[in-house]
Design a protein around this ligand. Structure first.
Ligand SMILES: Nc1ncnc2c1ncn2[C@@H]1O[C@H](COP(=O)(O)OP(=O)(O)O)[C@@H](O)[C@H]1O
Ligand SMILES: [Mg+2]
Length: 255
């Protein structure tokens, strides 16, 4: 099977006391093995809602999410999640954060340690294995988040604005680190961002979302090999044309 992730007719309606909010409507997407696909759209368009449904943390109102041929009905170790706000366990060391999912799956201690070492090395945190989370910088925290998600060897990595809380320089460094990790692990990634620059720098394909209810406005293939030169004419041109699209979207929908 060529598809890691298949999202079919996904819809989410949030019901509050006296209101109904259609957050996602008619959302369909297939992500191939080893592909990095970004969901790009303005704040509130439903990116996190889609990711949470893929993660199995939120039940769709209708539609299906299928991961490696299995229908999603809740959280599972076939999907690893990386959050913007890191969501690490502050009372655990770096190493123990990375081992967390492996503990849950009952992986024996020796193998846990060996796998933690592998991912500590991959994200460049070997020397910080025994550090506490509060001792780390933002970039280092997100390295732990990525290592923790990868340690389970998930079919799909789900990343929700993972670099959104970082300063611009750290963010650029982390984007390059992620590219190195992808090269090594060949992971399939569904990546949420509201940064056009980030989407063009990282993605194989960019799914541009409409304003609420979130559905697909356009899917853009980014054909150039990585790492890309942000300043090159073709990358600059693509960024500009996507920004123009998003702006149009805002004008059209502003009442
Ligand atoms: N639990 C919820 N209850 C009601 N509305 C929600 C809930 N979660 C999200 N929404 C609404 O759904 C829309 C999409 O939210 P979200 O997926 O967080 O957007 P994004 O991640 O693109 O910023 C927003 O209008 C938000 O207010
Ligand atoms: Mg969000």
């Amino acid at each position: 099977m060529n598809e890691s992730l298949s999202i079919k007719n996904l819809e989410k309606v949030f019901k509050t006391e006296d209101d109904e909010v259609v957050a996602i409507a008619d959302f369909n997407l297939d992500v191939k093995k080893g592909e990095l696909v970004s969901l790009l759209g303005p704040s509130g368009c439903g990116k996190t809602t889609i990711l949470r449904m893929v993660a199995g943390l939120l039940e769709p109102s209708s539609g299906d999410v299928v991961v490696a041929g299995n229908k999603v009905s809740g959280p599972g170790s076939d999907r690893g999640m990386v959050f913007q706000e890191f969501a690490l366990f502050p009372w655990r060391s770096v190493r123990k954060n990375i081992e967390f999912g492996l503990e849950l799956s009952g992986v024996p201690k020796a193998e846990r340690e060996q796998r933690a070492n592998e991912y500590l090395e991959m994200v460049g945190l070997e020397r910080f294995a025994d550090a506490r989370i509060h001792e780390l910088s933002g970039g280092m925290k997100q390295r732990v988040g990525i290592a923790r998600a990868l340690a389970n060897d998930p079919e799909v990595l789900l990343m929700d604005e993972p670099f959104g809380a970082l300063d611009a320089q750290t963010r650029n460094i982390m984007q390059k680190e992620l590219l190195k990790i992808i090269k090594r692990t060949e992971k399939t990634i569904l990546f949420v961002t509201h940064s056009v620059d980030e989407a063009v720098f990282l993605s194989d394909r960019i799914v541009v979302l409409t304003k609420r209810p979130g559905s697909i406005k356009e899917i853009i293939e980014v054909p150039w090999p990585r790492p890309r030169d942000r300043a090159s004419p073709e990358v600059t041109e693509m960024r500009k044309s996507i920004l123009d699209e998003l702006e149009k979207e805002n004008v059209m929908n502003d009442d």
